[in-house]
Design a protein. Sequence first.
Length: 407
Amino acid sequence: MAALLLCARKALLPGSLRRLHTVYQMAELPETHEMLRQTCRDFADRELCPIAAQLDKEHRYPAEQVRKMGAMGLMAVEVPEQFGGAGLDYLAYAIGVEEISRGCASTGVVMSVNNSLYLGPVLKFGSEEQKQQWITPFTTGEKVGCFALSEPGNGSDAGAASTVARLEGDHWVLNGTKAWITNSWDASATVVFATTDKALKHKGISAFLVPMPTPGLSLGKKEDKLGIRASSTANLIFEDCRVPRGNLLGQPGMGFKIAMQTLDSGRVGIAAQALGIAQAALDCAVDYAEKRTAFGAPISKLQGIQFKLADMALALEGARLLTWRAAMLKDNGKPYTKEAAMAKLAASEAATLISHQAIQVLGGMGYVTDMPAERHYRDARITEIYEGTSEIQRLVIANQLLKDYRF
């Protein structure tokens, strides 16, 4: 399996690695990406699908599976080989997250957060020394990171950070609380955003690299969530938490910029997670419809069921193309803020729609834990909330759209 990923990486020559494949040119995935897709699908079928329900029931972090994913290169897909990553492109990352999430949505979000929200900003804004210290140990699956932006009082207002950091000699001292932090209980480091100059408002926010555990940083209770229950979510509480001066990521005041650019790429990851959930729900519905007999024939013969399946497939394929396009734009160094928001909005709403309709197809069997449909329904809902709600995505799309028309 690792050998297949190695072959895929070698086949992606420098010239092709960042080439923009437009939607109009792509009748199918490039061979290397299709090989990666199949490898991840086989892994999910073998390692994740059989245990996903139990992980969900026990709220259990899939440590062994995450380590295996690390060995495959999936925990650091875009990270260059020199830092221990797979050295693939963002389209490969999106494909990987979708297939892993198809097997287990919780494992998919663990992968997504480590890749795009933790490793992403360090790779883009970190110094060479920081990359060696804060990236390389987090590529193998032995350690994962998290991203601490949201707070109890700011929600979607990311520029209103009440967590503060003051410089005392050679250390930054952090105080405040971060909320809804995915991977928190399992993380070994976090990227934290704190205000260093209140007078500058959002331009006074800075980003810091903080090891976990560390004195002055404690974890809140592990949240008992509706879905993605095998991933941990909790508050990070900073009380005179001291970190070395060199743990500042980027320059003072760059935090808001780092956060917004990180969320653009993170939204592609969540779109891919939503696609995986949606595909799993559609698979479940089709399988049941083919096997369940009513009125003397499989219910898949009924027009009402066929219409549902058609609408589900349409929503899924449209969202997938948007997601791939956003990833391709990023790979080509093109602006992709609007496209990432469109992908995240379309994929998350498709996941909710498809998982809802899957339960309708299954009827009573969709409402019980004997079948995975109810888990897909619960897992899908969060994709419309984290890394920017659907309402925020619409604002981002509209702002970018109007900007395009004005120039």
